[in-house]
Design a protein around this ligand. Sequence first.
Ligand code: PXL
Length: 276
Amino acid sequence: MSYKKILTIQDISCVGQCSLTVALPILSACGMETAILPSAVLSTHTAGFTGFTVRDLTDDIPAIQQHWLKENIKFDCFYTGYLGSTKQIDYVIDILATLGSDTCVKVVDPAMADNGKLYPAFDMEYVKEMRNLCAKADILVPNITEACYLADVEYKEVYDEAYITHLLQELTKINSNKIVLTGVGYREGYTGVLVYENGTTQYYEHVHIAKGCHGTGDVYASAFVGALMNDKSTFEAAKIAADYTVKCIENTQDDPTHWYGVKFETALKYLMDQTL
Ligand code: PXL
């Protein structure tokens, strides 16, 4: 593969194995030069910890962008995740418009919700603004909750294929390029990923591990981008990322002290073997 340069924009949760602390090592392991733009710095992630600190870096972004423009820096891929504010989303939209190479691939994970609820930092204003960023993506990587918020469809715990088809249809009104919808499961013990591309869908089913782990959306999206940028097809990359994420959860589930994230490092060699 050719040596690719990616910019990933998401927060640094100093402790908690999510966002940049998983994206950077996973993308590097996949052989990419990985530049980062931290959207905020938090002492931990916001799911399960209390009393965490937050420093929003929104106001630093325009000067960083200007510097990169002056240096004529271009990226082959953008991958955005958890962002700091609605204003920041506008800045990120402008970065995507100005700092990409001719063949740049834009992957947007609208990391803002799970299990039917928005993360504590976000409200409907944020969702509205996130729709604008999602409209600019080549590939959108939402979970079902995020897809429901974006598409304004009622969230359901239990559903059938007709519901998912409707959800996807509504979501394509925001972005009709490619969609990788995660956490789609139709039967007990299994979940999967639905890939929408060129008007058709493909589904990959895999085991569902009962233990819900924080940060797995970020692990999934990072591995997906890593595989994709190694010239895997969208569906192949979606499958590799799913199998890798399952391994990370399997390697974590028996350790009750490790409730805040997954031991993604333990399966990096597997990911590299699948990807490089
Ligand atoms: O994994 C998503 C995520 C990223 N960053 C922060 C979070 C979360 C999920 O809760 O709180 C700060």
